[in-house]
Ligand binder design. Sequence first.
Ligand code: NIG
Ligand code: FE
Length: 415
Amino acid sequence: MERMTDLVVHDAAQIVTPTGSDDGSAPSHGELEVIENGAVAIEDGVVVAVGPTADVTRAHPPENAAESVDATGQTVLPGFVDPHTHAVFAGDRVDEFTAKLAGASYQDILEEGGGILRTVRATCDAERDELVANLLDQFDTMLAHGTTTVEVKSGYGLDVETELKLLEAIDEAADQHPIDVVPTFMGAHAVPEGADTEEYVDRVIEEQLPAVADAGLAEFCDVFCEAGVFSVPQSRRVLEAGQELGLTPKIHAEEFERLGGSQLAADCGAASADHLLQATDEDIEALGEAGVTPVLLPGTAFSLGAPYADAAAFEAADVPVALATDFNPNCFSQSMESVIELACNGMRMTPTAAIRGATATAARAVDRTDGTGTIREGAPGDLAIATVTNYQHIPYNFGVSNVQTVITDGTVVHR
Ligand code: NIG
Ligand code: FE
């Protein structure tokens, strides 16, 4: 007996998928493959066929599928992967937004006990249920803009109880939502008020990391390696301690000052190095050689009014970049569509490079090697369908939501 197809998407103006593979040690430098008048079939949550509509629907007739989507005039992309967010927190910092527009700097605000530290106070006071509810709201918005996999960092606790509360909230929200969640521990996100940095690093290593690893609530360990926050040796201590407990390193590197976080990322085999506004050619080369995925966050530069990362330098060095929202109270956007627009219109990336950065290369930044971020046989059935006839229209038609239908594991979860 013929097996029931869960979902067939058919008659799409374009099916767009990164070619090559971003899994394993080598990132792909390929283009995007575009199938005109295409279709995708999904069974048991996994893509089983992709190609011209006539071919796919012969083997998988839409009328026999549990669900079908007529994508006439629309473009089907892999669901976006957002590999860098700080989405679990209480409150917002909209007043700091106004202060920054009037000239206050991010670091001045942090030094005065605002910024991250203010969100830490609000988050420590919040119940876990409130954090779960907030996070579910953020996931809804992300999903509506086409994100089907999202990394979420802790880091607004800065003590063992609250960091665990945040990772538990991430876990609980993940259970309740169709979006696929990648949890990261980031106890080394800031130095708590009044604390000595070196002593705090000891606490991260001796108290927080073992508790997090014991609870099995994180895959990655991240650190804010920055002047006035954690130095390179301190960051190294945290990342190596995490690695010993099975957490893969990630790092916030060369954002405001070039401290050497890229070289550290290369040395310790980090999955990604993120921000990189001040990265030099030497840093880019080190990341490329070590197979560390650079993650660029144009929304952060946009929110800070800072110059963007030098995407062209990565392109020139043939080191493909991932893109992420960095969603947090300082960079308040959940939308990978917006990030793609900023990547093109702000960083001058091509639509092809930006879509790859938001899909296959982003999956690589969170070690998803199962085909996440591509539409090919065996990949997860996660799709974003946009109301445009050509993928280049997504950044071209900026400031609107082009994504209309979102599918995770072969089920329509947003329309
Ligand atoms: O990636 N740089 C450190 N962490 C975040 C900002 C967090 C915040 O300001 O609350 C970032 O931009
Ligand atoms: Fe960040």
